[in-house]
Design a protein around this ligand. Structure first.
Ligand code: TXA
Ligand code: MG
Length: 317
């Protein structure tokens, strides 16, 4: 198990020495290393068991730092950056040479973001390199939203876990880029599409699900628990699986538990923000419980509901 603490000077020193440190962000915890140190970045892939074709996000302290690593001259992206950073937005930008190819899996664009977490922002001020950080979970599994989640799965692979408490947003950042002159969203996430469109107008949704995806984290079976999860009409799913011990994830009040059927709510008051915040911890809890099947229904397809439904779809495939 790793040491969990708030000592960012210690974290900074470990990162300077090429070690892996788990960092809190407002979305999910990241598994960070010095992005300019090839060997350290390699260790990230190894610790997560992540294929090299899946590139990493650069985390930086402020918008003024971007120009050292990538081209943020597109006016619409710049406007998004100024409006939403620090925050749950990742931009795909043409990369400069200093960014190692291992970070971008050889792609011409690099993903960058300025996370909104006070401890991690202070940590980024203490170092003079960006942090490459994917979510701190084994490849394909549910992202961690607390230090304990990280410790359980990667505790023996990281040198330190910075304790920033429970994440505020609970699902990953929204990934935005430009393709043929148009603004595209490649991953639905903690920043709502509607908010993005208020700033830059209509955007294209390009959630790549093919075997050669643009944002490989969009692989169909990503964000998945190990237990079987079915997404559909709850009553129907209950009927069809009457013999199994089921856990049902609902949005709103929990009906009384029945034999073979326990209810868990994402948000009693039907608040999408609260639902996003609870999603991954509930999935983890159920994955570790003795239920045989997880069943759930899609949430309203609006705001964060879109990103939550996207995660549920992937978890069910
Ligand atoms: O909220 C987040 O974004 C969290 C926190 C830790 O910042 N990070 C995160 O990283 O979710 P990760 O590696 O789990 O997901 C990053 C996604 C992957 O789907 C990856 O394929 C995509 O970003 N990505 C990274 N660099 C890219 C690039 N150059 N071109 C296209 N997609 C890229
Ligand atoms: Mg991830």
């Amino acid at each position: 198990m790793a040491i969990i603490g708030k000592d960012i000077e210690k974290a900074a020193q470990l990162l300077k020495d090429g070690k892996l440190v788990a960092i809190p962000t407002e979305t999910v915890y990241g598994l960070a290393a010095n992005a300019l140190n090839n060997e350290a970045v390699l260790n990230i892939f190894e610790a997560k068991n992540r294929p090299f074709f899946d590139p990493l996000i650069l985390h930086l302290a402020g918008i003024n730092k971007i120009k050292e690593y990538a081209d943020l001259s597109d006016e619409r992206l710049l406007k998004l950056a100024k409006t939403f950073w620090p925050g749950p937005l990742t931009l795909l930008l043409p990369k400069f040479k200093v960014v190692p190819d291992i970070v971008t899996s050889g792609l011409a664009n690099v993903a960058v973001r300025i996370p909104n977490h006070p401890l991690t922002l202070s940590l980024l001020q203490l170092i003079d390199f960006p942090l490459a950080a994917p979510s701190a979970n084994p490849f394909g599994y549910i992202s961690p939203t607390s230090p304990e989640h990280v410790n359980k799965q990667l505790g023996n692979k990281v040198d330190y876990i910075v304790d920033g408490g429970k994440c505020d947003v609970g699902i990953e950042s929204t990934i935005v880029g430009v393709e043929e002159g148009e603004i595209c969203v490649y991953r639905l996430g903690g920043l709502e599409m509607e908010e993005i469109e208020k700033v830059v107008g209509k955007v294209n949704l390009k959630l790549n699900l093919s075997s050669n995806p643009k944002a490989p984290g969009q692989l169909k079976n990503h964000y998945a628990p190990r237990k079987k999860l079915l997404l559909g009409n709850l009553n129907k799913l209950i009927e069809e699986n009457s013999a199994l011990k089921k856990a049902a994830i609902v949005f709103g009040n929990c009906p009384p538990n029945k034999q073979n059927l326990n209810y868990f709510t994402l948000s009693e008051s039907k608040n999408l923000k609260e639902a996003a915040l609870n999603l991954f911890s509930i999935l983890r809890e159920l994955d570790e419980s003795d239920c045989e099947l997880i069943i759930t229904e899609p949430l309203p397809e609006e705001g964060l509901g879109k990103a939550i439904n996207d995660r549920l779809k992937r978890a069910s495939s």
